[in-house]
Write a protein that binds this ligand. Sequence first.
Ligand code: FAD
Ligand code: SIN
Length: 516
Amino acid sequence: MARVVVVGSGIAGLVAALRAAERHEVTVVTKGTIADGSTRYAQGGIAAAVFSDDSVAAHVADTLRAGAGLNVPAAVEALCGDGPRRVRELIALGVAFDRDGQGLARGLEAAHSSARVLHAGGDATGAEIERALDAAVRRAGIRVLTGAYLRDVVVTDGAASGVALRLADGTETQLDADAVILATGGWGQLYAHTTNPAIATGDGVAAAWRAGALLADLEFTQFHPTALRLPSGDGGSRVFLVSEAVRGEGAVLRNARGERFMLDAHPDAELAPRDVVARAIAVEMAAQDGLPVVLDATALGADFLARRFPTIDAACRAAGIDWSREPVPVTPAAHYAMGGVVTDIQGRTSVPGLFAVGEVACTGAQGANRLASNSLLEGLVFAHRAAEAISEPWTEVPAWAAAPGSAGSAEREVPDGDEPFDRARLQSLLWTGAGLHRDRAGLQRAARALASLRMPAPGEDANLLQLGRLVVAAALSREESRGAHFRSDFPLPAAGTPRHTVLAPLSVPTEVTVPC
Ligand code: FAD
Ligand code: SIN
């Protein structure tokens, strides 16, 4: 029996804890309350090939198409192949997915070739999953430390041997472990506008980097096309999401002249891949002096909207918008990190004993652009796989991130700047310089400005600054456009085999790409 510490209590952390606790002694640590992650805000649902007219092969093909050539095929096979079984286990655990006269209800989202997205409470899928997992963790008697902030992964003789924590009362402590599973989510709070909650400060990625782990593909931030710019009330830069499933049900996007601009932008119009829709919106907004475009759901009717999307319906009404009668103003916002801590398909990082699962990880499954509703699935599938692998022998990092001699590196420590750190300034620098459209001059400006900021004391702000510098460095190094990474100075994908951007925390700054 191993001592296992799981950091994070979203879908990835709680699933890892539940599975690991079948054989090991598990402690979950989480910096806020149990439900404080992105998971509980998930709206559209979870994708899996569970219907008889669907297939794993079709789900794989859609995931690869959206991923723009950068997906790691073995990870996609694992994601889509394990998906149906893991989703059935979620149902057995008590997750109440919506049903209709045919059985499980199914939603359609962008870039899926068929309706395969299971949802709950209409548009409250994440809240239902989080509720059911929380209840299961309590039933299993798993120890959970809330208000316990991961400061660092402790490394002894090159292997993870525990975690350094700051507890709610301000004291510092250390938990020893045979295995540490990072499930700390993404880093949307790097950006001035994000759908992510305040906890999404990239702590796990920064801690893994300091522990010596490889990171990959940090330049691929997914911008969700349709956020309603309402303050969230939970702090941070979170804005309210209007699910892609609304477009899946038939809502359309219009510019200030009332035109359906997506008809000219892509054959799949509003259901084109997310990066295409987000960039098309940005172009329209630029042409109309920054005014948001609108999402027109009026044809769907008040009853349907209230029944199918109760959370969005309530948020619109609270903002004084009756979306059954008037279109909703929407703009893109940072939503999801395709990159993160390099792992194999069992969640193993390049540091023995350290696993990473869910949004914090880069398995390569999501490629350059995640397919809608594949993220909850990723947390579910790879958390399960990591828990299974705890007692297995450690293996080398996957070949896609470990071509000998060609893995790039970046300096762990950069000379510190002397300008006082200001989170809003950092978020604005990333939004402007490393947002939907990037180019060398803008990225270099952002890099210089980030270098001039003084590193704050260890904590969320320090993690954001460390990560922000790496994101910009990765975006500068990728001189092509692919998926969510669009360089207006290199508007096409580079010829030849797509490359991952792998960052190794050494001290020699060099080129940072290796072949797939
Ligand atoms: P999270 O759920 O974010 O959990 C991270 C956990 O780590 C939290 O418990 C947090 O408190 C903890 N943590 C972080 N840092 C520390 C630290 N330093 N110390 C201790 N604990 C820490 N995906 C889909 O597939 N379908 C959808 O419909 C969908 N809708 C979405 C809607 C919104 C508004 C958002 C924001 C995301 C959506 N996504 C969706 C993406 C998906 O929800 C997330 O990618 C996924 O939930 C991430 O799960 P996770 O377990 O990896 O991380
Ligand atoms: C949404 O509901 O639009 C979000 C789905 C996702 O991020 O996969």
